[in-house]
Design a protein around this ligand. Structure first.
Ligand SMILES: [Zn+2]
Length: 225
């Protein structure tokens, strides 16, 4: 009798291991959406700089790291750049970033840049081919992808303008960095480079607020797909 119980128990254990574990693993793998964060510029091509020493390529990389940290628990997040301490070789050249996202079969592409216009304005762009070139361009973005990009842009604006005094502008634009994407994508300029605090702790707090808003928009986008 004890032998029989042991056999039943082992059979049950084998069944659980055979069927539950692979299903659970597969659900994790296939269920996670892939987001590509694209911190604008690189060590070679630094983007905007200020007399105070702020550099756009550094700030966008820090912001991307903070956004990734807020999304890692429920999404796969890849970056087109690594933190600068790992060296200049770790950047994907800007002209190859869309191809990288396509090859990775990403679900969403978020490019991060800064501006130097009015301090509290956030600009959110999505790609729209001008009508004339759309006729010549056989690879024009499919309408479903374009409309999802527009939706993501509106969500990013919604979350950013919940921050004190932030005013947002959403605009379609013929953007070279987004035009080859096969998935929805936006380019965000969340703040002016002149607004970035010079000291490290203040800067981290400042960036964390913007990272929270952008990560919040990404979550809402996938929640409502
Ligand atoms: Zn830029």
């Amino acid at each position: 009798m004890p032998k029989e119980i042991l056999r039943t128990f082992l059979l049950l254990l084998v069944t659980i291991l055979l069927f539950s574990a692979p299903v659970y693993g597969a659900a994790i793998k296939t269920g996670q959406k892939l987001i590509i964060l694209d911190p604008g510029h690189s060590k070679k091509e630094r983007g905007l700089t200020t007399p105070m020493g702020s550099q756009e390529h550094q700030i966008t990389a820090e912001l991307a790291e903070l956004i990734a940290g807020k999304l890692n628990d429920s999404f796969r997040v890849l970056s087109t750049r690594r933190p600068d301490k790992t060296g200049p070789q770790s950047s994907i050249p800007p002209e190859e970033r869309a191809a990288f996202a396509n090859k990775s079969r990403a679900d969403l592409f978020v490019s991060l840049h800064l501006h130097q216009r009015s301090h509290k304005e956030a600009y959110i762009f999505f790609h729209e081919s001008p009508p004339a070139s759309a006729q010549e361009n056989l690879q024009a973005q499919n309408p479903a992808t374009a409309s999802l990009s527009k939706k993501m842009a509106a969500l990013a604006a919604g979350h950013l303008q919940e921050m004190p005094e932030v005013r947002t502008l959403v605009r379609p634009a013929p953007l070279v960095s987004l035009e080859d994407l096969l998935m929805p994508g936006i380019l965000v300029e969340p703040f002016s480079i002149s607004l970035v605090p010079a000291t490290a702790p203040d800067r981290a707090d400042f960036l964390a607020q913007y990272a929270g808003a952008i990560a919040g928009a990404v979550r809402e986008y996938f929640d409502n797909l």
